[in-house]
Design a protein around this ligand. Structure first.
Ligand code: ZN
Length: 284
């Protein structure tokens, strides 16, 4: 496939070109990924080469078809949620929120499910992969707050309450080598159906209306900036492809390789926080 724009990649830790890029494109479409939340203590899925750091997260079809997979997921989630819910926005989230208030960001879509952009005061956010703070019934479509489901999980499984294990990226924890067959998974309070966190699992499609909303925002934007994502998941990568097809320039701030490196006009290979702080100061 041929793209209308194919700039030579410029990879640097200097932010001068990025400041110029943002100054030249007032209606910026920003896509953020796990790299923005790692400083808040939420683990990243992939290493600098885009490879899995840990075992691949839960698969949608497994979750829907296998009660044992759901027992394992909710058991791990019971343990992981306690720390996930205590994570706070970091300086990257606050810098982006301030850039929005300064009129420098028109749209922000995130692959993160932690809600930290909104908690940092960011107003226009599309949660591409949903929010872990919500739970959905797969039978009747009822939605519940994760906090209330957490109470049910703990009440039914008090012996899990004080376990601790390393955090995992889906808001669960690495409780391995444990038999989960005694774990009591609550059903939907309205119909008894299967409950699923309101996030897009691997192997599951992003809801069509959410993708359309994000594409419409991209169409209205002047350029795209990717922050802290290796773009290995197609749900994020497709926005870079669409931007380039529309003749828009794409810049990225990311430590390590991205799937879209050859489509980028500009790349800053550095951690998000110092770059965004400098960018914010330079654009003031
Ligand atoms: Zn239901």
């Amino acid at each position: 496939m041929e793209y209308p724009l194919r700039h030579a990649e410029s990879t640097s830790t200097e932010i001068g070109p990025l400041v110029e890029f943002c100054a030249a494109h007032r209606r910026l479409f920003v896509l953020t990924g796990a790299g923005v939340s790692t400083a808040s203590g939420i683990p990243d899925y992939r290493d600098a080469d885009g490879e899995w750091k840990q075992r691949q997260p839960v698969d949608y079809r497994d979750f829907v078809s296998s009660p044992a997979t759901r027992q394992r997921y909710w058991a791990r989630s019971l343990v992981g949620w306690r720390r996930f819910v205590r994570a706070h926005p970091n300086a990257a989230h606050y810098a982006l929120s301030e850039l929005e208030q300064m009129g420098r960001i028109a749209h922000l879509i995130t692959q993160n499910v932690d809600d930290l952009h909104r908690r940092a005061g960011h107003r226009r956010v599309v949660d591409l992969h949903g929010r872990l703070a919500g739970v959905l019934c797969l039978e009747c479509g009822s939605r519940f707050a994760r906090a209330s489901v957490q109470m049910q999980l703990v009440l039914r499984n008090p012996h899990y309450q004080h376990l601790s294990a390393p955090d995992a990226p889906d808001g669960d924890a690495h409780l391995e080598q444990r038999d989960f067959s005694d774990f009591d998974v609550p059903g939907c309070a309205a119909c008894g159906g299967v409950l699923k966190p309101d996030v897009v699992f691997f192997g599951e499609n992003v809801p069509g209306e959410r993708v359309s909303e994000a594409y419409a925002a991209l169409t209205r934007a002047d350029a795209m900036l990717v922050i802290g994502s290796s773009l290995m998941v197609f749900s994020g990568y497709r926005f870079v492809r669409r931007a380039v097809e529309q003749g828009k320039r794409v810049a990225a701030i990311n430590l390590g390789r991205t799937r879209a490196d050859e489509l980028l006009s500009l790349k800053v290979s550095a951690p998000c926080i110092p770059v965004l702080r400098e960018l914010r100061a330079a654009l003031e």
